[in-house]
Design a protein around this ligand. Structure first.
Ligand SMILES: [Zn+2]
Length: 334
């Protein structure tokens, strides 16, 4: 931990006071529901560094009491099981019932392509933050239009990204295999080996391709500087850049129209597409979405390293949300 982080770290007494006096479990319940609350797994990172899983609570009041009494650094919520998870009835032994289809977007995953110069866990600027804002907007639209999901909630993850929760009934009971195939559809860069290779021939996924043109490519050009646009693979002339900027600012016609200068250049088209996808396409933490036993931070809980709350964010206003807009535990207690 850097000295900066030590200074910011929320003291246990303060977080306990927050959970006792201010924390409202209603936000959590609006996402995970009440009827199966007692069969949910909860997990906690404790002050001493120990991680406890397989905890369940009869009521949300019991959860609040637990948070107000114990030395907790971070708190998480997981899946619903057939019986309440406990130390003896661990989630490995009991039957899994459901969990929302979840998405984790984090600036960490963009470190290789953050051109702004920000690195590390706490750094971000308006340029790189727009990567996760765009990713949430793109995923939200894709999950609604290509998969028909309607109840999608976005939560600020407390530090450098967003969590998406698909609440639709059908989404909750998707198997790991089904989650895996949806994630495969959405994934264009599988970057375990850091190759940055784009893996899909987009001719076969037209809705996705058109959405990439309208959202991802548009955003790429809005953020690109002249130097980038003059270099490979774009090789735009000064006039083309002027035309592009004019069209972007006017913004009234579909962006694909302004995109003609690229589509006409057949020999460079794939390279241009690949470049745009590498730099601005959403990067999803696959494991969080696919592994049905994974846990996510409790909405409304505190990020211990900066005191900010994991708060719900309206997807329609996602581009206006920055980490410093999330309330802090100090503000909430003032
Ligand atoms: Zn940055």
């Amino acid at each position: 931990m850097t000295p900066e982080e030590v200074k910011l770290k929320v003291p246990t007494k303060l977080s306990q006071k927050y959970y006792r006096e201010v924390f409202d479990p209603a936000e959590l319940i609006s996402i995970i529901g009440l009827s199966t609350f007692y069969k949910r797994e909860f997990a906690f990172l404790l002050e001493d560094g120990n991680f406890v899983r397989n905890v369940s609570f009869k009521t949300s009041d019991d959860l609040v009491k637990f948070l107000a009494k114990n030395p907790i650094r971070r708190s998480y919520v997981g899946a619903v099981y057939e019986t309440p998870p406990t130390k003896n009835n661990t989630i490995q032994k009991i039957k899994w019932i459901s969990r929302e289809f979840c998405f984790d977007l984090d600036l960490n995953d963009y470190d290789l392509v953050r051109g702004c110069g920000c690195q590390g866990k706490e750094q971000y600027c308006t340029i790189c933050w727009s990567l996760v804002q765009d990713a949430a907007a793109f995923l939200d639209k894709t999950l609604r239009e290509d998969f028909g999901y309607k109840k999608i909630i976005w939560v600020f993850s407390g530090r450098r990204g967003f969590h998406g929760w698909v609440q639709d009934k059908g989404a909750g009971v998707l198997t790991q295999e089904q989650r895996n195939s949806i994630i495969n559809y959405l994934t264009l860069i599988r970057d375990e080996k850091r190759t940055q290779a784009v893996e899909k021939d987009l001719k076969h996924v037209i809705p996705l391709r058109d959405r990439i043109l309208e959202m991802v490519a548009k955003s790429f050009f809005l953020h690109a500087n002249d130097k980038e646009l003059k270099a490979d693979p774009f090789k735009f002339t000064k006039d083309q850049i002027t035309k592009l900027r004019y069209n972007l600012q006017k913004g009234e016609q579909p962006f694909s129209k302004t995109y003609d200068i690229i589509l006409e250049r057949k020999q460079d088209r794939d390279a241009i597409f690949t470049h745009i996808i590498q730099h601005r396409y959403p990067r999803i933490d696959r494991k969080v979405s696919i592994d049905i036993r994974r846990i996510l931070k409790i909405p409304g809980s505190i990020q211990d390293t900066n005191g900010r709350l994991c708060c719900k964010v309206d997807i329609k206003k996602i581009h206006k949300f920055f980490p410093e807009n999330a309330p802090t535990v100090w503000e909430m207690l003032a």
